[in-house]
Design a protein around this ligand. Structure first.
Ligand code: DON
Length: 566
């Protein structure tokens, strides 16, 4: 498998491909951008075997679940935003985790109604019922061209033969080694003698390979029924979890209509509830469209973007949750006159304190987990996939005998009204826990479309996902390329806490002084954040561009037809 990676690395040299000038029917090349070179290699391998973008998405998703266990996996879930070239169908495949049947609104609070520390973050009680395996099966059955087993083959191989620990893996495992040590099955697989493995150490996951094989051979039943399901339920119960066989059997993928918004001639297609991403971004863009951003100074522009984020995140906290359980007033939230009204409340000369527009307390957190990939094939099929086990290595719990690392996505619920979660996000009843319900997400897989250009983008980063994708969308509309979107200096506001968060060096000294002068509280995060993976097809030039975030270890490739693709 290392040789595939090397081959791919050579391909990156030709990151821009031009075939013929003029307006093309389909892109001149395949493209894959993911957070790990082996996952990108898996996607290219499947495309080269005649698979379409959906088969490649299965291969990349499954591979990421093996080689980036700190970010996503078979015990997690995610969203795939899909564009099918043949009929133009656009849909979001929602494979988000669901709360188990025994879950209830107060399950992470004690008798005094205090939140029990770490209960929604560590161990099997923190885990929702996984959606990823069902999502992979759904993609293969409804969109792919190859048998599921073929698309899963690279991931199975990586699990069997192992992958090398990178410096990123080493560092991230270091952050949670203490928690991984609490669970012998997790420690055995992901640590080396109880410590973060040395760089170059081979992580082998034989049990996970067998689980992948069961999914390859039996589809849903390989995971949601039979021995794998029974073992997961038994292990969950043994360590304080509440999963049941019925929960696993009942899990269903849902196809949802994306959120579509228009901003200065561009069509932005993004994730609907149970993600907050599409709505928050659409609201922010609609607010921003009422301003002349181009005519503003750099600081004024940032001030207005921050104020738009603040207002959109307020509505997230109040209104958003799983649409199968609560009535999310999507039309009202995206109503133009409502958003124009919100825009009128922005004061160009000073920050609006969040408590003036309603609120609650919050704290903040960092995060480099979760993962995103973008894929496009030569027919023009596209997938933007954002996948997660929530925080690093999810619940830090493996169901022994299955190799499945459990997520801790339950923490994305509002575990107590207006009590912040791991990302400092607050919520209320709309996002309260209920059996079978999906926790509100910030994952924002997105298509950016202009008549002559199409972009595919997304990133991990908890609540900051939305502001990162928003900044990328603005950059896209300004005519810049994916290399620019992924490298943008990032800043963020999420209503509560009432502060402008920015990554290390994300704002210049001058910008900081001026924004502080407008009344913004500023907080520099001690590192850079996000791991954006992006693709652009420029139809006028008929060129495909692809870029991987310089902050991560990902790999973006463009594979021209000459490189042996069909
Ligand atoms: O669904 C969500 O919004 C979160 N579980 C995503 C977590 C994430 O992006 C972590 N990355 N830093």
């Amino acid at each position: 498998m290392m040789s595939i990676t090397k081959k791919i690395l050579i391909l990156t040299a030709c990151i821009v491909v031009t075939v013929s000038p003029g307006f093309a029917a389909g892109p001149p090349a395949h493209a894959v951008a993911s957070a790990h070179p082996l996952a990108t290699a898996a996607g290219v391998e499947i495309l080269q075997q005649g698979g379409n973008a959906f088969d490649a998405a299965i291969a990349v998703s499954a591979a990421l679940g093996v080689v980036e266990p700190y970010s996503s996996g078979f015990g997690g879930g995610g969203f795939w935003l899909v564009h099918r070239a043949g009929d133009g169908k656009q849909v979001m495949i929602d494979a988000r985790e669901t709360a188990p049947g025994l879950a209830h609104a107060r399950m992470y609070r004690d008798a005094q109604d205090n939140v029990i520390k770490d209960a929604s973050l560590k161990g099997p009680l923190a885990a929702g019922i996984p959606g990823l395996p069902a999502g992979l099966v759904h993609l293969a059955e409804h969109y792919g061209r190859l048998p599921l087993g073929q698309s899963l083959a690279p991931a199975k191989r990586y699990a069997e033969q192992g992958f090398e620990v990178s410096s990123r893996y080493h560092q991230l495992a270091g952050f949670v080694a203490g928690s991984l040590r609490q669970n012998p099955a997790a420690a055995e697989i992901f640590l080396q003698d109880g410590r973060p493995p040395r760089i170059g150490y081979l992580v082998r996951q034989q049990e996970l390979a067998a689980t992948i094989d069961a999914i390859a051979k039996q589809g849903r039943d390989g995971f949601y029924r039979g021995p794998v399901a029974e073992t997961m339920v038994r292990e969950s119960r043994k360590y304080g979890g509440v999963w049941s066989l019925k929960d696993l059997e009942a899990y269903r993928v849902v196809e949802r209509e994306p959120i579509v918004t228009h901003y200065r001639g561009a069509k932005i297609v993004s994730a609907p509830p149970p993600s907050s991403g599409g709505i928050v971004m659409a609201q922010a863009l609609q607010i921003l469209e009422t301003f002349d951003l181009d005519g503003m100074s750099n600081v004024q522009r940032k001030h207005h973007i921050i104020e738009a984020m603040r207002r959109a995140f307020r509505d997230r906290a109040v209104f958003l949750g799983d649409p199968d359980f609560v009535d999310v007033p999507v039309a009202r939230l995206l109503d133009r006159s409502y958003l124009e009204g919100l825009a009128l409340t922005v004061d160009p000369s000073k920050a609006t304190p969040s408590d003036v527009i309603g609120g609650g307390p919050a704290l903040q957190q960092t995060g480099t987990q979760t993962t995103h990939f973008s894929v496009m094939d030569r027919e023009g099929n596209r997938v933007a996939g954002t996948l997660s086990v929530n925080t690093l290595f999810g619940a830090c719990f493996v169901a022994a005998g299955t190799g499945v690392l459990f997520n801790n996505e339950m923490d994305d619920f509002s575990i107590k009204p207006f009590t912040p979660n791991a990302y400092g996000l607050i919520g209320n009843e709309a996002n309260a826990i209920a059996p079978g319900k999906r926790p509100l997400s910030s994952m924002t897989p997105t298509f950016l479309e202009l008549p002559d250009r199409v972009g595919i983008v997304g990133t991990p980063g908890g609540s900051r996902i939305i502001s990162m994708v928003l900044l990328a969308a603005l950059d896209f509309v300004d005519g810049r390329l994916p290399e620019s979107w992924v490298a943008l200096r990032r800043f963020h506001h999420q209503y509560e806490p009432d502060q402008v968060q920015f990554e290390l060096h994300g704002l210049t000294e001058f910008e900081q002084q001026r924004l502080a002068g407008l009344g913004h509280e500023l907080r520099e995060i001690s590192r850079r954040y996000g791991n954006m993976q992006a693709i652009l097809w420029d139809k006028t030039e008929n060129r495909v561009h692809s870029a991987s975030d310089p902050r991560g270890e990902g790999l973006a490739v463009v594979v021209p037809a000459e490189a042996g693709t069909q």
